[in-house]
Design a binder for this molecule. Structure first.
Ligand SMILES: [Zn+2]
Length: 376
């Protein structure tokens, strides 16, 4: 064999090896990190149970059901509607791994937009994911994810997104935003089908309260707030007061009637559920942020946001303490406890009692990793 033939063979083998490594790494992104089944979980089913059209698609996602010891009301918690808002997803994970139900039924969907967890937003410089150290010294990793459905699963975007039920128009990339697709439809996009599945589940299970967990950038006006459908206002007002007694300040905003496709509007209109959405402060998704890395996502400290606060540009306080993941998850979990309490006092014949969730102060002191379970 001539010399250049040998080098051609060697280069081909190296290229093939690079393709295999890149291919395996790429496909690995489709495997999501495990969530450990906690003591209160009585059943894990797929969303396709309520809409079989989702079966085998990237939008079919796990639903964790907690049937209480005593009967009562029911509550749905959506995490990961926007996967790049870590406190929503992680609050759902802490529920799954720790919560038990004394009465009523809890439904938790940690990855409401399952497809969105399989990629990152381009040009955002977001970290691949984040790690936690557990009490036994082991670590757990979770990916960062994107705001929207992966274009691999739904492509191409139209120039203009038209919300099917209302005709409302938005920019084309909102076609892949789960929180613009409700109540969903069967002959629409994958994102709309996921919305449809969640709506069907609420209808079939007659879920009394639905809480969608989010985060917002510190310069966004709706932050550290509950957005409530008009029928959910009495319960949400009780929650605001309850949190105030625990020194957690939270705003209450009415769900705008002309902003369509969002959980707090469409789930409240299309079903009997009381629909609310909650926001915490996440500098790692803001426009004013500096270096974007794992530390920013978890510790929430950023010099540029301190400066922005001094210039009066923010809607939340921001100092060198930042907004840690423990603060953000602690706010969501404390509010969920208050929601269960408020539902039980508003509808005494349908109590919802959740136990086992770390209290706000415990979470700040021990750190989030202390409430994750080791992988076997
Ligand atoms: Zn969001």
């Amino acid at each position: 064999m001539q010399k250049h033939h040998i080098s051609a063979v060697i280069i081909s083998i190296l290229m093939l090896a690079a393709c295999v490594v890149a291919g395996v790494t790429f496909l690995e992104h489709r495997k999501v990190e495990p969530i450990v089944r906690g003591p209160g979980v009585t059943e894990i089913v797929k969303l396709s149970k309520w809409y079989p059209g989702l079966e085998g698609t990237a939008a079919d996602t796990d639903v964790y059901i907690f049937k209480g010891e005593a009967p009562g009301g029911s509550m749905l918690v959506l995490g990961g509607t926007h996967p790049n808002e870590p406190s929503g997803f992680l609050s759902a994970v802490l529920l799954i791994e720790n919560a038990t139900m004394a009465s009523g039924t809890l439904y938790v969907i940690p990855r409401a937009n399952n497809s969105g967890f399989s990629h990152n937003d381009p040009q955002e410089g977001a970290p691949t994911g984040y790690h936690f150290t557990l009490s036994d010294g082991s670590t757990r990793f979770f990916r960062y994810g994107s705001r929207a459905t992966n274009p691999i699963h739904q492509w191409p975007d139209p120039d203009v997104y038209v919300h099917a039920a209302s005709g409302q128009t938005l920019s084309g990339n909102e076609t892949r935003n789960l929180n613009r697709g409700y109540p969903g439809r069967t002959d629409g996009t994958l994102t709309e089908k996921a919305c449809y599945g969640i709506t069907q589940m609420i209808l079939a299970e007659k879920i009394g309260l639905s809480v969608d967990l989010h985060e917002a950038s510190p310069e966004y006006p709706v932050i550290n707030a509950i957005v409530a459908h008009e029928r959910a206002m009495p319960v949400a007002s009780q929650v605001v007061l309850g949190l105030e007694f625990s020194d957690i300040t939270i705003g209450l905003e009415p769900s705008p009637k002309n902003l369509r496709g969002l959980t707090h509007r469409e789930l409240g209109d299309a079903t009997d559920t009381l629909a609310v959405l909650m926001e915490t402060a996440n500098p790692s998704q803001g426009r004013l942020r500096g270096r974007t890395d794992e530390a920013l996502a978890l510790e929430g400290k950023d010099l540029y946001y301190i400066k922005a606060q001094q210039l009066g540009r923010l809607y939340v306080p921001f100092d060198e303490k930042g907004h840690s993941i423990e603060e953000r998850v602690g706010r969501h979990l404390s509010a969920l406890i208050e929601f269960a309490f408020a539902m039980s006092s508003e509808y005494p014949d349908q109590p919802i009692e959740i136990n086992g969730i770390p209290a706000y102060d415990e979470l700040q002191q021990a750190g989030l990793g202390a409430y994750l379970r080791p992988l076997q």
